[in-house]
Design a protein around this ligand. Structure first.
Ligand SMILES: Cc1cc2nc3c(=O)[nH]c(=O)nc-3n(C[C@H](O)[C@H](O)[C@H](O)COP(=O)(O)OP(=O)(O)OC[C@H]3O[C@@H](n4cnc5c(N)ncnc54)[C@H](O)[C@@H]3O)c2cc1C
Length: 356
């Protein structure tokens, strides 16, 4: 997402880019549902409107989110309002990657096997948008904070497209979380993700998955049919030390867009792509344009550590406390407070004395 967003803005400024894609087409990977929550992009609320108005980058969501249902082990919260969007990623006609690629005129070289070293010899500037931190780590320009195991499936059932679900239950998502995001009225994605801490590595992913799957079926009173599966191991979450290292721009997950609290990074990925293009076009300085994103990352890491310090009883209390109209207001677009910053300040006293 970051690389294509960058190319769009470069083109708007009269610069043509060459795009190198390792795979055979945009979004050439498993199909999965993702979300954009207004609460996480504050002070910008509706980020897709913002992208369209500010950058002429047009992204159509699968649906708006009007209801978010959150389960902990023993509690349930229903949040209502104008909460965000759901969207599709990967090998799907309407995926965000495909929508962005349709707005790009620059040449895309598929099946690329070029290395960074080779590209450095041929190009004046490189935008590193590989979606993982492998190169950023290789360059010694990255701090890794955690890695994550993710397992997901496409399921068939009956869904309300504007109503995703989340589970904060460490029984099957230890120190992580799980979710269901509908793609349509008949198809959805169910996913668990949790950090690879030593105690979690002892756990059996298949058993955790089985428990999660049964819980989802129970909570939504359906027998879901699994039609596709994916697994990701060692998904790196961290942040680069320098956003621009010599002539290399670190964008998307190479920058540190994947926010540690919940692993969200689409909003930030588009922004880093845009900001790198601004720098290349002489409109601003990448390092200073990305400053706020660094703050968001820092705040998000505080929230992650605080969540990890809780147990299922704490999560029950948390979920119980957000099942009310105040939470509806906080999640809704009518509120403009920078929620990440606010919550990280509230949670700081609850941080572990010896964080990981
Ligand atoms: C399962 C899952 C669920 C998620 N859910 C959410 C969510 O709900 N909300 C949210 O905001 N974020 C979510 N995220 C995070 C979000 O998807 C990422 O932060 C975002 O896609 C990162 O964008 P990017 O531009 O860095 O990389 P990507 O969009 O992943 O693009 C990287 C591209 O680089 C290509 N590539 C890789 N290596 C090379 C190479 N050597 N040469 C050439 N091309 C290469 C890849 O094939 C790919 O096309 C989720 C991530 C995962 C894995």
């Amino acid at each position: 997402m970051s690389g294509l967003s960058c190319a769009i803005i470069l083109e708007q400024n009269g610069i043509s880019a060459t795009i190198f894609e390792k795979r055979s087409m945009p979004g050439d990977r498993f199909v999965n549902g993702e979300t954009l929550l207004h609460i996480l992009s504050r002070p910008i609320n509706k980020c897709l409107d913002y992208f369209s108005k500010e950058f002429n980058i047009r992204l159509e969501p699968t649906s708006v989110i009007n209801q978010l249902t959150i389960y902990s082990e023993n509690k349930k919260a229903i949040i209502n309002g104008d909460i965000g969007y759901t969207n599709i990623r990967g090998r799907h006609r309407d995926s965000f990657e495909n929508q962005l690629a349709a707005q790009v005129k620059s040449h895309i070289i598929y099946h690329s096997e070029y290395t960074l070293e080779q590209l450095k010899k041929e190009f004046t500037h490189i935008v590193l948008a590989t979606g993982d931190a492998a190169y950023a780590e290789k360059l010694g320009n990255y701090r890794r904070d955690l890695t994550v195991t993710i397992k997901g499936a496409t399921v068939e059932g009956s869904f309300k497209v504007d109503n995703p679900y989340a589970w904060l239950n460490y029984k099957f998502a230890p120190k992580g979380y799980a979710y269901l995001i509908p793609f349509s009225e008949k198809e959805a994605n169910i996913v668990i993700g949790y950090p690879d801490y030593p105690e979690n590595k002892q756990k059996n992913l298949q058993e955790l998955w089985k428990e999660f799957y049964e819980q989802v079926c129970k909570d939504i009173s359906q027998n879901l049919r699994i039609t596709d599966n994916f697994e990701i191991s060692n998904y790196i979450i961290g942040i680069c030390n320098q956003a621009k290292l010599d002539n290399i721009y670190h964008v998307g997950n190479n920058f540190g867009c994947n926010m540690p609290a919940l692993g969200f990074g689409q909003f930030e990925s588009v922004l880093t792509g845009v900001y790198a293009a601004y720098d290349l076009s002489g409109i601003g300085k990448y390092e200073s344009l990305t400053k706020d994103l660094r703050h968001s990352y820092k705040n998000s890491l505080v929230i992650r550590r605080a969540l990890e310090n809780m147990d299922n009883n704490g999560l029950d209390l948390l979920v119980q406390s957000i099942d009310n109209w105040i939470a509806d207001k906080v999640f809704d677009t009518t509120m403009h407070i920078d929620f990440l910053s606010f919550l990280s300040r509230v949670l700081k006293p609850f941080l572990p004395i010896h964080p990981r």
